[in-house]
Design a protein around this ligand. Structure first.
Ligand code: ME8
Length: 667
């Protein structure tokens, strides 16, 4: 087995995602983390393969499809598009995308099942037990408590009985314990290793691996009253995607180096069931299963009903993919739980990205342009570097090794911290060497300035390379501004082991470009976030399809009439319209509600002229909590239909026909 080091193999997988949901921060997190690891290993020269995909069979999908009046495959085909289009937006560099409904997968599942059946590792029996529909799992009586609720999700369990095929998991208890004792790094972090070991030591029962209660799955070979249990089906994706067991298939190269990244909730499937199945098949168990923690949002559990699900499409639109990637990977020690706060992200953009990284690039390029007309000083000057310059070079060399060790441990946050020490040392070096003093005619010899500028440029060149796995687009922009694109157009193709401090004496012209991360203006950010939050509230279901997603009536959850009665919607007459300074999208509307007058701030300025609005009767949600925009309190929200026409947003204000009195209640 390779240790995944330079020139070795590195096969990394994400869980395959269910298609009954829209992609959220959890999906983005796992996939971004795997992407950073894959890019790092490619850069290290390892033979790398990165797989992701979708889990499309099982009860959950069948039920979600029924609810929407579709066939399961229609639902899968629709939802998979949303998942697939997210990955390029997040700069995910997966080599393959597998769907469990593909024939290349189904035939491998049949192969696994048949092989295990022939070997006697799978046998036919009867199963009766407590079953959790949402988790698609049976639970032993001891775990269900008096209330018979699911030990994982807390929902009520159903008593089910069915003929079933079983996998002899109990036979693998000792083998698994031995394997993990010999490979303590095979489950990480350590706390998960301990958790899994104590679970295995607690005793393993045979596992039901087929279902007769549903149709949406891969039929058991030779017994099509059964379909293969969705988790067995899903786990096999890691092997089917690399062409197991075809001779000459990719699996021959990659299987010995397979590493699975998962959320902590699905560790047992990957670290107990899957390795046992692989052992039964005579295959290597995974080199590592790493379980990352879960994100809460502003201190609360993320849930659709709370409307606090973090939409990756929105984060990309507001902050850009790289800032989002950076925040997720830097904010929390990888493996721990974390709390997602947009405020925290905005602060990090300002401090780490705009200040530390952006300033280092800006100051350096500005000085090279000002003092050397944009031409980079020749690397030969570094031969006469002083102690202070050589210390920077020395620290840079050590940083690669430190980061490589962090990446081996999947300590992504720590790798980024290490990288930022290089950036900080660059900024400190500027302050200490004060190149602007050297730049003055008559001061130190000219060569001293050459050395300082070249040293700074070298710091940035290395920064771009080691930043690339985490923030690929930003690294590419730095690369271009450093003038390196002409000789190496694709920074992703650079191999880190070839990197040398001060190499090459070629004439390079730097090209200062746009600021990498403009500072976020916090007061403005607060207002814009309030607008975004307000826009999400009434049409929370719309957010599910992400920006650009088509509204779909069948998807709306149903409400009680009592819920509707909580809304106080009234006819209002617009009396006066004011513009708001420096708010190109907002109007301050003075409306008459019959018994009272109110001010409403609304983001419709780009769609209507003031004179089109004055005198108009519109519908207003009156009992919405007041909110402040640009310091103006808005008391209510006007109702409007939104759509897209030729890629442009169009809006029509909801109104009433005839001359209806202001204040009339809509019911
Ligand atoms: O479990 N924070 O798919 P899935 C962090 N199909 N991670 C989160 C999260 C959160 N708040 N919420 C969910 C499945 N996740 C199976 C996998 S693999 C053979 C089959 C993570 O779409 C969760 O931990 O429900 C899991 O790793 C991933 O999202 C996918 O969940």
């Amino acid at each position: 087995m390779s240790d995944g080091k330079k020139g070795g193999g590195f096969y990394i997988t994400t869980p395959i995602y269910y298609v009954n949901d829209v992609p959220h921060i959890g999906h983005a997190y796992t996939t971004i983390a795997c992407d950073a690891l894959a890019r790092w290993h490619r850069m290290m020269g390892d033979s790398t393969r990165f797989l992701t995909g979708t889990d499309e069979h099982g009860q959950k999908i069948q039920q979600a499809a029924e609810k929407r009046g579709m066939t399961p495959i229609q639902l899968c085909d629709e939802v998979v598009v949303n998942i697939r289009r997210l990955w390029p937006l997040l700069e995910i560099s997966n080599d393959d995308f597998i769907r469990t409904t593909e024939e290349r997968h189904a035939k491998v599942v049949r192969h696994f099942f048949k092989t295990l059946l022939d070997k006697g590792d799978i046998y036919k029996g009867n199963y009766e037990g407590w079953y959790c529909l949402p988790c698609e799992a049976y639970f032993p009586d001891a775990q269900t408590g008096e209330a018979k609720t699911c030990p994982d999700c807390g929902r009520p369990l159903s008593r089910m009985s069915e003929e079933s095929y079983f996998f002899r998991l109990s036979d693998y208890q000792e083998k698994l314990i031995r394997h993990y004792e010999e490979h303590p790094d095979a489950i990480m972090p350590k706390a998960r290793y301990n958790e899994v070991m104590s679970f295995i030591r607690g005793g393993l029962q045979d596992l039901s691996v087929s279902r007769t209660t549903l149709k949406w799955g891969i039929p058991v070979p030779g017994d099509d009253r059964h379909v293969v249990y969705v988790w067995l089906d899903a786990l096999i994706n890691y092997a089917s995607a690399v062409g197991y067991p075809e001779s000459g298939g990719l699996w021959e190269t990659y299987w010995p180096d397979v590493r699975h990244m998962v959320g902590k909730d699905i560790i047992r499937f990957h670290a107990v069931i899957w390795p046992a199945i692989l052992m039964a098949m005579g295959m290597n168990p995974p080199v590592r299963v790493f379980a990352h923690g879960w994100w809460t949002v502003e201190g609360e559990k993320m849930s659709k009903s709370k409307g606090n699900v973090v939409d990756p499409f929105e984060m990309i639109e507001v902050y850009g993919a790289d800032a989002f990637r950076y925040f997720l990977l830097r904010e929390v020690p990888f493996g721990n739980d974390g709390d997602f706060s947009e405020l925290g992200m905005a602060h990090r953009v300002n401090s780490d990205l705009a200040n530390d990284l952006g300033n280092l690039l800006n100051r350096t390029l500005q000085m090279i342009e000002k003092y050397r007309g944009g031409r980079l000083p020749d690397g030969a000057c570094l031969l006469r570097a002083r102690e202070i310059d050589r210390a920077v070079a020395q620290a840079a060399r050590q940083i690669i090794d430190r980061m490589d060790r962090d990446m081996d441990d999947f300590a992504l946050d720590s790798a980024l911290k290490t990288l930022w020490t290089l950036i900080s040392s660059g900024n400190k070096y500027i302050d200490e060497t004060a190149p602007w003093k050297l730049g003055k005619p008559g001061n130190d010899p000219d060569e001293r300035l050459d050395i300082v500028l070249r040293t700074l440029w070298e710091v940035l060149r290395l920064t771009a390379i080691i930043l690339y796995p985490f923030m690929p687009a930003t690294a590419g922009r730095i690369w271009e501004q450093l003038g390196l694109k002409a000789e190496a157009p694709d920074i992703g193709a650079v191999k880190l082991p070839d990197w040398e401090w001060g190499r090459g004496n070629d004439a390079i012209d730097v090209k200062k470009g746009e600021v990498l991360f403009p500072r976020i203006d916090m007061p403005k950010w607060v207002e814009e976030k309030a607008l975004r939050d307000a826009a999400k509230k009434p049409g929370a279901e719309m957010a599910e399809s992400g920006p650009g997603g088509a509204p779909d009536a069948k998807k709306f959850s149903q409400i009680e009439i009592e819920d509707f009665k909580k809304l106080e919607i009234r006819v209002a007459r617009i009396e006066r319209v004011e513009t708001i300074e420096k708010a190109a999208k907002l109007y301050k509307l003075h409306v008459d509600l019959g018994s009272e007058k109110r001010v409403i701030v609304s983001g419709i300025r780009e769609h209507f002229k003031e004179e089109d609005l004055v005198g108009k009767k519109i519908l207003v949600l009156c009992n919405l909590k007041p909110a402040k925009f640009r310091g103006i309190e808005s008391n209510g929200m006007l109702l409007a239909a939104e759509a897209e026409d030729d890629g442009k947003e169009i809006i029509s204000l909801a109104t009433v026909s005839g001359d209806f009195p202001a204040g009339s209640l809509i019911s």
